[in-house]
Write a protein that binds this ligand. Structure first.
Ligand code: SF4
Ligand code: SF4
Length: 212
């Protein structure tokens, strides 16, 4: 941020070996990042720091707007150099997961295969249905299921811990700056019109299959 970045995104390596220690270290690191972010706001600079920024938006908007929730091959596909089609670019990797292939450029997409993968992924919806964080959590991401649990629809403790850490860090920043009535923070989040995403009402949340 001090180098003039206009937006900063923090991404986790979900393929790494996660345990309780690394989850605790993540929470501590996010706390430090939040302190840096608050400092920029206090200097009058509004620089979105993702995913904390988007977690604040999920609070203000009442959840993750519909089109942002992953449909897994519902709206976009990814093509490997071999011509094989996957539901998501993150799933191609070495192009060796036959169970994730939904078609080929030479003969199109297999809708039954897509439906089967979507059914598998949506098992996560039942797991998360009663969680208070559900509408602010990226638990619908099939790639995270695969990286952390090895299979679509698998919700692991690490996914819960990391998403909870993002939300907690975002809420800590928001609560402190709101209590201070920090002008840059208030201007950025409360004195502008956040446009609804195309094709969706801001708070019209859905289970990931509802719009298909
Ligand atoms: S915090 Fe855990 S249980 Fe709650 S919605 Fe996220 S992944 Fe599901
Ligand atoms: S599976 Fe995850 S990374 Fe892939 S498109 Fe869906 S949300 Fe994005």
């Amino acid at each position: 941020m001090a180098q003039g970045a206009r937006r900063v995104s923090l991404s986790l390596d979900y393929a790494d070996a996660w345990d309780q220690v690394s989850c605790a270290e993540l929470a501590a690191g996010l706390h430090e990042a939040g302190a840096v972010w608050m400092d920029r706001f206090r200097r009058g600079e509004a620089i979105p720091l993702d995913p904390l920024h988007t977690k604040i938006l999920t609070h203000l908007k009442g959840g993750i707007p519909c089109p942002r929730r992953c449909l897994l091959a519902g709206q976009e596909w990814a093509v490997a150099p071999s011509g094989r089609i996957y539901p998501c670019a993150q799933m191609i990797q070495q192009d060796c997961r036959d169970d994730l292939v939904i078609g080929h450029v030479d003969h199109g997409i297999d809708p039954e295969r897509v439906a089967e993968l979507q059914r598998m992924k949506d098992r996560a919806e039942a797991t998360c249905a009663d969680c208070a964080l559900r509408d602010r959590c990226q638990s619908h991401c099939g790639c995270r299921h695969l990286r952390l649990g090895g299979e679509l629809g698998a919700i692991t403790a690490t996914l819960c811990e990391t998403e909870s850490a993002f939300i907690q860090a975002a809420d800590d920043v928001a609560a402190e700056l709101f209590a201070e009535q920090c002008p840059a923070f208030i201007d950025f989040y409360f004195r502008r019109a956040w446009s609804p995403s195309a094709r969706a009402e801001l708070t019209a949340l859905r289970r990931s299959r509802d719009a298909v």
